[in-house]
Design a protein around this ligand. Structure first.
Ligand code: NCD
Ligand code: ZN
Ligand code: ZN
Length: 347
């Protein structure tokens, strides 16, 4: 019998424009996984306590650097966490220290967001300073008031908050992170220049049925929460459209197994172990593998005003099963799609 030649695709090395690496004992796992496939990563600042200024960001960056495998050129790009007390001066100092962005977590919106902003008006001076120095604004785009249903929180954030910030700061570069709805895809698609969005692999691969039909599956629980399949289709459409407004951000977020599989489980999916392979799965499924390179490796650096990577990675069509569990320090971590078979594998 003749062996079929193995299908391969070679891509410019991708970057991850939204990842949670955490700290301490988690770092060898998270940094190692990210550095295996990505050259750069935008590192989320929601540590406890959060990364709020230049000093915090630089010391966190050093701890990450300490875990990059020998000879690997991985580059963590640092972000500060906006609080009610973030001043214009804090922004300017962070910018001078090489911090590329500041992250807005509405207070209480997601994991480790208790120090987040309680009213966007409190950070208008910080946003002015960011606009002036070119620092990007990254948004966890969900309102948090109890009267708004969890499935509507992103849509209401866009209507009530985002549309205002986009207009009030016409030169500010804004990324609506981990979008999950057709409304978000549409808003960003039609927004002025300088407004973009990241999309996770899990919001492309799954909808809320995957999380809730036949039993509740805590490893699919993340924020913003998985939505209807109609929204999933809109996200796939946006990610594979070739529009430079949409780019890769895994939102990979490690929570130990015992913190997910419990009565009140944490929000976040761990995808860093196989992120580019998960994205390849989706793009291939809809016949758009040719659009993966723009989404994964070009539109992100273009948006951030950074050079595109010049080296490449290769994916091969060779089915493999994800491990059931990974070690993270002394703890166990269940990767998203644990035990499932993926078609593409990083060579
Ligand atoms: N996405 C999540 O569900 N969790 C993230 C926080 C975030 O990005 O909202 C985390 O830090 O665990
Ligand atoms: Zn978030
Ligand atoms: Zn996140």
């Amino acid at each position: 019998m003749m062996e079929q030649p193995t299908l391969r695709v070679t891509l410019r090395t991708p970057d991850d424009w939204h990842i949670h690496l955490r700290d301490g004992a988690a770092l060898p796992r998270t940094v190692g996984d990210a550095a295996r496939q990505f050259r750069r990563a935008i590192v989320m600042p929601n540590l406890v306590p959060p990364v709020v200024d230049a000093e915090d960001a630089l010391s966190y960056q050093l701890r990450i650097h300490g875990q990059i495998p020998e000879g690997n050129p991985f580059e963590p790009l640092m972000v500060i966490y906006l609080t009610d007390r973030t001043s214009a001066e804090i922004v300017r100092q962070a910018h001078q220290a090489g911090v590329v962005a500041a992250k807005l977590y509405p207070a209480g919106a997601t994991t480790n967001s208790d120090s987040g902003v309680t009213d966007i008006a409190n950070i208008y001076p910080a946003l002015e300073a960011m606009q002036a120095c070119g620092m990007k604004l990254l948004l966890h785009g969900e309102v948090t008031t109890a009267d708004i249903d969890i499935f509507d929180r992103e849509r209401v954030f866009i209507e009530k908050i985002l549309s205002r910030v986009v207009d009030d700061f016409p030169q500010l570069k804004i990324v609506l992170e981990h979008i999950t709805t057709a409304q978000a895809a549409e808003f960003v698609g039609q927004a002025r220049d300088g407004v973009g969005a990241t999309i996770t692999a899990h919001h492309l691969l799954y909808n809320r049925n995957h999380m809730l039909v036949g039993g509740v599956r805590p490893h699919y629980y993340c924020l913003p929460i998985l939505k209807r399949s109609y929204h999933q289709s809109a996200l796939i459409e946006a990610a594979t459209s070739g529009s430079p407004k949409f780019f890769l951000g895994t939102d990979s977020a490690p929570h130990a197994q015992h913190k997910k599989e419990t009565a009140c489980g944490c929000a976040g999916c761990y995808t860093a172990f196989s992120a580019i392979e998960l994205y390849a799965e989706v793009f291939d499924r809809v016949g758009k593998l040719d659009k993966l390179e723009g989404f994964a490796s070009e539109f992100g650096p273009d948006f951030y005003g950074l050079p595109r990577n010049t080296d490449t990675i290769t994916l091969e069509k060779r089915p493999w099963a994800l491990p059931d569990s990974l070690a993270m320090g002394e703890e166990q971590l269940i990767p998203l799609a644990a035990g499932e078979v993926l078609s593409w594998r990083l060579v």
